[in-house]
Design a protein around this ligand. Structure first.
Ligand code: HEM
Length: 137
C-alpha cells in the first residue's frame, strides 16, 4: 500500500519545493541553450551556465539533501538559504543577462546579487555541517 510521505513527521516540504523550483530553472536554461544554438549567438552563455548549474544542479541537490535529511530541511538556516538564494539568483541572472547584452549600468546590482547568492551558499554549507549526519533526521 502506498503511504503519503507528507504525513510523516520526519518529512520536509522544503525539499520538494526546492526540487520544483530547480526543474523550472532547468527548463529556462534549456530554452536559452536551444535559443543560443538556433541563433548562433552565444552572448547569453554565462546566463545559461549559471541558470543550469546554480539554478538546476545546486538547487536540485539542495532539494534532495533536504528530503533525505528533514532536520536540515526544516531548520531556520534552510529558510534563510531558501529566501536568500531564490531572491538573489534571479536578480543575478537578469542583471548578468543585461550586462552581456550591453548595459554596464547594472554592474552594482549584479555585484550585490552575486554576494547575496554567495552568502546563500554559505548558509547552505552551515546547514549541512550543523544538521546533516547520522541520527539527524
Ligand atoms: C537542451 C539542453 C541544452 C542545450 C541546447 C545547451 C546549449 C548550450 C550552448 C549552445 C552552449 C554554448 C556553447 C558555445 O559557446 O560554444 C552551452 C554552454 C554550456 N552549457 Fe549548455 N545546453 C543545454 C543544457 C545544459 C545543462 C543541463 C547544463 C548543466 C547542468 C549545461 C551547462 C553548460 C555549460 C557549463 C556551458 C558553458 C561551456 C563553456 O563555456 O565552455 N547546459 N550550452
Amino acid at each position: 500500500m502506498q503511504t503519503d510521505s507528507t504525513a510523516d513527521p520526519a518529512f520536509s516540504t522544503a525539499g520538494v519545493i526546492w526540487l520544483k523550483l530547480a526543474i523550472l530553472y532547468l527548463l529556462i536554461g534549456i530554452v536559452i541553450g536551444i535559443g543560443m544554438g538556433a541563433t548562433e549567438n552565444f552572448a547569453l552563455r554565462p546566463v545559461h551556465t549559471h541558470l543550469n548549474l546554480l539554478g538546476w544542479a545546486t538547487m536540485a541537490l539542495a532539494g534532495l539533501i533536504y528530503c533525505i535529511f528533514p532536520k536540515a530541511g526544516r531548520s531556520r538556516l534552510s529558510r534563510i538559504h531558501f529566501w536568500l538564494q531564490n531572491i538573489a539568483l534571479p536578480v543575478m541572472l537578469i542583471s548578468l543577462a543585461l550586462l552581456v547584452l550591453g548595459h554596464p549600468g547594472v554592474i552594482p546590482l549584479l555585484a550585490v546579487a552575486e554576494i547575496a547568492t554567495g552568502l546563500s551558499i554559505v548558509t547552505f554549507a552551515a546547514n549541512i555541517f550543523l544538521n546533516v549526519g547520522a541520527g539527524r533526521r
